[in-house]
Every structure is written in structure tokens, then in C-alpha cells.
Design a protein. Structure first.
Length: 332
């Protein structure tokens, strides 16, 4: 899996986008393996009694595709991305997982330990197999991100590119924009959509994460002058200018407003903890108060709903390899 990411936020951590490609030192590998063993025993303790949990009932025990090879051709049908239903009306779970369950059932029968262990291994392999290209125009952020990547042995999994997002040319399975849309400008939304459309694979998915509003409106003049010159938090309707001209289909919209209020609160706590250091760096008490006011005001804005935090998931309109429900989110 490959992915493009774009970020232009002073509070962002670009290296975190490469977590899926983490390669650990020997010491951390031991800690990770030990942690996984403990978590596996906690999460899958039901295997001791040779039992299945609720999701296993649906995906394994009640799934005829797992119990008979006669359904093999249907496992790879184009509408296989749904959850368990009746044979002939609804297909089942993910093709790779369903096929693996079919093989495991044939060899071992209904033994929970086997299915749980394989599911865990497949999840880890998928999670740590991504390669990321991260575009950014901030030299300071790139320097920090590259240092972080070297420290965590991620240099071969993530590439940090100092360039404008409009110069992205490579095709990827995933396109992610975090904290950048606020700085793109309404006049460039259609252009952003063109970049996404040409770089996203036919069955790829994209995610745009942005501060926004319930209705169009400008930032407070003080924020625009002192903190984010030229920034603009869009409404959902304005964000559609990215998708509509290029036939991109919105799959899901999530609002993380209250989550971000808590994030800002944590930022404020950390800022206060080092405020003396900030004061000594800039020798300017007004600067210290300015950022305190900004973070405090942000907490209030997200708590009262004057600001939102949108995550919009989308794909190309011809892509049918998508879930039919949100069951894949909440069943895990």
C-alpha cells in the first residue's frame, strides 16, 4: 500500500503518518512482542474455553462461505465488502479474511485459537506494511519529521518531500490531507480536487481532515492577523468544491469537534508547563499571552460549536470495493 499525505500545520506531527511503517529496534521489538502477547491473552481469553465472541459468530460460525468450498467464486465477487447476511442475498466480510477462514475451517475446524491468532497476524502485517510520501513546504517541520523518522527507523517506509502539494504526480492507494485545507484557500479547492483525482488509484480512498464551520464565515480578525494569516475554515458545503467537479464520491463524514477541544486543552496544559521557556526565547510577555489566549479561545470555540473538525472520507465514483455499512468500524 502506498499513500500521499499533505500537512501544513505548526502543531502537526508529520512523522506520525508513518506509524503504519514502523520498524523497531531489537529492544523495542522485545517489548512490542511481549505487549502483544499480553494483549492477545487479555483480548482473546475466551479461546481458553474454546468459545467465539459476537463478531466471530457472524464472521465465522454463521458464515456459510467459511464452511464450504462451493462458495469460493462468490468470495471474490465485486459486492463482497458487506457483513454477514443470508446466502444469495448478501456476500460476506473481506475476501482475504474469508478465504483464510475457509482454509482454517477445512484444516482445523471451529477452534477459536487458530482464527484469533491468524487474524492478529494479518492485522499486524497489514498495519505495518504501508509506504508513505509526505509533502510539506515547511523546512522546520520537515527537519523535525526526518529526524523523528531516523530515530524510529522509518526512513525506508516514509519519504518527506519539500514541495507544494500541487506537484504530486505519483499514484497512490490513499490520499490524506491533515490540517492543510484551512490554508489552501477557497479559490484553490477545485485545483486540489484535480490533484487528488489524478493521484488516487481507481480503488483508492482519500481523507481530508480540516477545521470547519457549520456555515461559511471568516476567522476572527485577531486570529487571522496574529496566528493564522490567510487561513479559512470551510463549511461542508464549501468543501464539496473539492469533490463535485471531479466526480469524487463522499463515503463518510465525521465531526471530531469535542475531541479537538480536548486536544487543545492538552496543548494549553503543555504550553503552560513551558511558558517560562517560551518567555525566555522571545523576551516578549505579549507573545506568551497571545498564544495562551489563542489556545484558550480554541477550546471555547470547539466546545461551543462555533468551530467544527471535519473528517471527510471519499473515493472515485466507479469504486465499488467499499463497505456497505459501518459495521467494519464498530465490530472491532
Amino acid at each position: 500500500m502506498t499513500g500521499n499525505s499533505v500537512s501544513d500545520t505548526p502543531l502537526g506531527d508529520t512523522a506520525s503518518l508513518a506509524e503504519a511503517g514502523r520498524r523497531l529496534s531489537p529492544r523495542r521489538e522485545v517489548i512490542l512482542v511481549g505487549t502483544l502477547i499480553v494483549l492477545t491473552l487479555i483480548c482473546y481469553g475466551n479461546m481458553v474455553t474454546n468459545s467465539f465472541v459476537y463478531d466471530d459468530q457472524q464472521q465465522i460460525l454463521q458464515n456459510p462461505y467459511v464452511k464450504s468450498w462451493k462458495f469460493l467464486p462468490q468470495i471474490f465477487s465485486s459486492t463482497v465488502w458487506s457483513f454477514v447476511g443470508e446466502v444469495g442475498t448478501t456476500n460476506y466480510y473481506r475476501p482475504l479474511m474469508t478465504l483464510s477462514f475457509l482454509v482454517l475451517w477445512t484444516i482445523f475446524g471451529p477452534i477459536p485459537f487458530v482464527f484469533h491468532l491468524f487474524s492478529l497476524a494479518l492485522h499486524i502485517a497489514a498495519r505495518y506494511g504501508a509506504k508513505v510520501r509526505a509533502f510539506n513546504i515547511s523546512k522546520e517541520q520537515l527537519e523535525f519529521a526526518r529526524h523523528r523518522a531516523r530515530a524510529e527507523n522509518l526512513e525506508d517506509r516514509v519519504e518527506f518531500i519539500e514541495d507544494d502539494y500541487r506537484n504530486i504526480r505519483e499514484t497512490s492507494d490513499v490520499f490524506v490531507s491533515v490540517g492543510m485545507l484551512e490554508h489552501v484557500g477557497l479559490d484553490h479547492y477545485t485545483e486540489l480536487g484535480r490533484v487528488i483525482c489524478r493521484s488516487l488509484s481507481s480503488d483508492g480512498r482519500g481523507l481530508i481532515h480540516s477545521i470547519g464551520r457549520n456555515r461559511p464565515g471568516l476567522l476572527h480578525p485577531w486570529i487571522e492577523r496574529r496566528i493564522f494569516p490567510g487561513a479559512y475554515p470551510p463549511s461542508l458545503g464549501e468543501m464539496m468544491q473539492i469533490f463535485e467537479p471531479w466526480g469524487l464520491s463522499v463515503l463518510d463524514v465525521e465531526n471530531l469537534r469535542l475531541h479537538y477541544a480536548r486536544t487543545c486543552r492538552h496543548w494549553l496544559e503543555r504550553y503552560e508547563a513551558v511558558s517560562d521557556k517560551v518567555r525566555s526565547m522571545f523576551s516578549d510577555e505579549s507573545f506568551v499571552r497571545m498564544w495562551r489566549l489563542y489556545l484558550s479561545g480554541s477550546i471555547a470555540a470547539f466546545n461551543t460549536g462555533s468551530l467544527q473538525l471535519f473528517q471527510v472520507l471519499f473515493t472515485k465514483q466507479e469504486n465499488n470495493a467499499i463497505p456497505l455499512t459501518r459495521e467494519y468500524i464498530y465490530s472491532k
